[in-house]
Write a protein that binds this ligand. Sequence first.
Ligand code: G4P
Length: 528
Amino acid sequence: MPNYESEIKRRRTFAIISHPDAGKTTLTEKFLLYGGAIAQAGQVKGKKNTRAATSDWMEIEKQRGISVTSSVMQFQYEGYCINILDTPGHQDFSEDTYRTLMAADSAVMVIDAAKGVEAQTRKLFKVCAMRDIPIFTFINKMDREARDSFELLEELEKELGIETYPVNWPIGCGKDFQGVYDRGSRKIIHFTSNGGAKAATATEVELGDPNLDGLIGERLHRQLTDEIELLDGAAAEFDLDRVRHGKLSPVFFGSALTNFGVEPFLEHFLQMTTAPLPRRAGELVVDSLDDDFSAFVFKIQANMNKAHRDRIAFMRIVSGRFDADKEVYHVQGGKKLRLSRPQQLMAAEREIIEEAYAGDIIGVFDPGIFSIGDTLCAPGKAFTFEGIPTFAPEHFSLVRQVDTMKRKQFIKGTTQIAQEGAIQIFQEIGGGMEEVIVGVVGTLQFDVLEYRLKNEYNVDIRMEGLPYQYIRWIENEDLDPKTLNLTSDTKRIQDVRGRYLLLFTNSWNINWAEEHNPDLVLSEFGRN
Ligand code: G4P
């Protein structure tokens, strides 16, 4: 065992997901406040320009009030070292969320108690379920009129198809929200507001305490007794193993705004979630406590800081310790290198670091050598972590530059933005790069492409929507696509690595292609 074992074991790395406005930012902020990483609320990010923006790095985000990119923050709390991965709130960026989840060991799902499961909750949850990642639910905004708690749980189970286990139970809601009942200790945690300052004052009272009526009122006391009886009679047992396999979601109630229930949530959550989990590299399982350093790139982001025009590759450390002075081996590049300007985001600040451990996320300066899914390991080793699948794009446009003199910048811009994973680019078979077919998962990405090419590469483009809806990679290695028997509206193209693909206008044409070409093997996902 390495001598820094305790450093690794105290790490917790999780992603936070929610439908926009459910309270993800507010909750994150409260975590950071408890950890002492920020001094006052309002420092994390904001749709309003008064707040320092760690994640609102692009104008387009500010204009539309959405968070397009995700960011990573680290803070300390009661001996734990916590890495939070924020995820973009917009559905057009589900792919980014998926990649972020690859770097996390669990997810916290924030639900608005008045709204329940919303459109984006459903989409993000689906992405979590693809990886069976443990999901912890925080039902937020209990300080407002909320829907019935049983009804909310039923909706979670029905709509998302996951069992739930309420770890605590709310006492009242809206102005009457008094606190939560902790089912494990059978104690009542009564909160008194501190006006949103550090933590709400919490008083713990036994369920049988004779003063309970005085504290929460006779009506709420009676209601609570009835509800506890109902809860205890309900079927689901708490089973940590099922939680860790993403089959059972522990549920907590609270209000991020008033701080009610945030600390009890954080404490339970940190105990239930795991220290950094192992990752697969083919036959090999790489454990966080392995001696040697290893990491994989899950995100590349350009121009986070406009003044520097830099490109940052974010990597999750899978095993060992990262030492800024030591060389690492970049497997896909086949080169030994020293990672340049390694940094971590501490709340709103970027900080250059000398060392980091398994479970941590570091950002390094990327001169254009990294791709999403790349593996870094100790020199002398060479394994590759399982790739991060690319989502099949659903919208396609033909894109070319307006001014042919800008050809170089156009190629550079589209290629770099594609390397970041924001778009996918394809070509006519045997065609050049002066005109590309761009595929995206959400149409907002077209706007991002246009905006970024103009602002970062000084290139104006013309975009023409294409009628295709489905894309499939051809898995057969030696197949010449010209020999395929296809409907006239099916298009043969290639990706930047020269792999052949087909574009279809409807699913009927996919069936047609498969029926008329019995040896053809099509795949929905392209690996990086
Ligand atoms: P998001 O990141 O999930 O999009 O949500 P965010 O935290 O930005 O919260 C969205 C709005 O909901 C904010 O109000 C925030 O203050 C409010 N909110 C968050 N948690 C709670 C809660 O527990 N109770 C109540 N009552 N409100 C909550 P806003 O008016 O949009 O912004 P602001 O001016 O308050 O910052």
